[in-house]
Design a protein around this ligand. Sequence first.
Ligand code: HEC
Ligand code: HEC
Ligand code: HEC
Ligand code: HEC
Ligand code: HEC
Length: 384
Amino acid sequence: MGKHTLPMFFLALGVIVFLGLFFAISGHISWSKNGDCRDCHSGAKAKELGLDDVYAKVASLKYKHSVVEDEKCEQCHILKGFKTGRTWELASSELQREQIFFLKSLLWDRKYSVDLKIKDGAGKEVLVTNVQVKPSQISNIVDNDLKEPLIKDVFIEGIRQAVFLEATIGWETDKPSNSIVEYGLTPQYGEISVSEKIFANGHRITIAGLKPKKLYHYRVKSRDIFGNTGVSPDFVLDTSAQVGSRGNDAEIDTMRPQIKKVAFFKTHGTQDIFLKLSSDKPVKAYLTINEPAEIDKHGFGLVPARVSRIDACVKCHAQGISHPVGIRSNGPKTKIPAELPTIEGGVITCVTCHYPHGGNKKYFARLDFERDLCLACHTTGSFL
Ligand code: HEC
Ligand code: HEC
Ligand code: HEC
Ligand code: HEC
Ligand code: HEC
């Protein structure tokens, strides 16, 4: 392989993996048999099943949503990936006694199964499979303590020539937080290396692609699960000398590691789900999160409410221009009236203010957008 083919290969691989993920999550499928929806949701059959005639209803509206009129029902109700479920993995890069994983974008009403593997410094493993969790049933809620992580003991673990010239930087924090290194040839840095989904007290980040015989500036940052961020002062790293790895002073023990506790929790006022893992000695942890296939009343994978009411809409409409969605009232300045539909016990979606299929008011509005819309929820009349 030539000098540049290897990086190009990884770049191309990255692009392919990224595209694959993108399509798995947001992909469109052509649900060609649109007649299928009509079979049950219109005419005599709908009546027989006790359902509304969606088609007749849409036809009677003053403002029709063109996607619905064109019978592209799948654009909002059936998206690829949600039928078959998904699986993804998270791994810690460092031996830790306690670590917190951010389980991003879980669907509220699914029941997930998590497989956990821990491995100690000597390579002894323990596997726990099928830990079940349903986001809507997590009652453990953690409040923001408003304290930024205290960074200490920043050290260079090693500078070595691998595929690239690379260096490993380590540090400690007084509370679980993630790991960020900013570095560059000037005190303005310019490069960044981040491990953002795993929160722990011990940190180690490898920065690769360094130039030999240079002085690099770097600083480290750690952000806790609430976003409170600690920042170190500027340090300098000299790549003219290779530095060996710091000896791993793991005691020689023959005991298998043990998981002491697995706890799921969420943070106050958000829908973010975390998993906290404690073990009897420092371990690396590997998580596999399995999302089951959606089992719905149709058997062909209608998407969950959050997807049909938010994700589908923002495929075609820019989210930025509109009201924030996916959030719930923080009270006491906002209160959502019961007649405006929310999901997950109070979360605003696009459909909270707009009818999805069309409506009799401009913008398919549920309320009079010109008059009382904002005050319907913002009880004080001041927004910020
Ligand atoms: C074989 C009959 C049949 C077909 C075909 C069918 N549906 Fe349904 N659909 C139903 C029934 C019955 C219900 C009500 C289920 C219930 O509430 O228990 C329903 C409910 C729904 C709901 C409400 C789901 C909920 O959780 O409240 C949506 C949305 C929906 N259908 C969309 C569609 C779309 C889109 C299509 C075409 C891709 C389609 N349906 C095709 C029979 C059908
Ligand atoms: C623009 C996105 C969008 C399109 C396109 C769309 N729907 Fe819906 N539909 C929704 C949303 C959002 C809801 C609210 C319930 C939900 O989240 O599932 C809904 C609700 C429904 C319901 C249950 C409530 C009711 O009104 O009876 C049915 C049935 C339904 N849609 C059928 C269809 C059919 C059939 C088509 C194609 C002709 C279609 N939808 C096209 C977004 C859409
Ligand atoms: C497949 C693309 C597509 C999706 C998905 C989609 N829309 Fe639309 N939407 C359109 C198009 C195209 C128009 C403009 C034509 C029309 O009025 O129907 C439109 C119009 C609208 C309008 C009226 C805008 C105006 O200027 O009158 C609203 C409000 C709206 N959409 C809301 C939603 C919401 C809420 C969802 C999710 C439930 C959604 N849309 C999903 C394509 C989409
Ligand atoms: C809190 C209520 C509220 C929510 C939630 C909301 N909207 Fe709107 N939306 C409005 C109002 C009010 C207007 C009219 C704004 C104006 O007059 O310019 C509007 C206008 C629109 C329009 C037409 C105007 C335009 O700029 O094209 C579209 C499309 C639209 N919204 C889509 C969405 C989508 C998609 C979402 C979800 C991501 C959403 N809205 C969430 C209140 C809401
Ligand atoms: C369906 C209820 C509802 C309606 C209608 C609504 N809001 Fe909101 N709005 C909320 C909620 C809930 C929040 C989240 C913050 C909170 O609870 O304090 C929010 C947040 C906001 C924010 C962000 C403030 C922040 O803290 O980040 C702005 C700005 C805002 N709304 C403006 C408007 C305007 C302007 C209108 C009228 C076009 C409107 N809202 C209509 C419920 C609503």
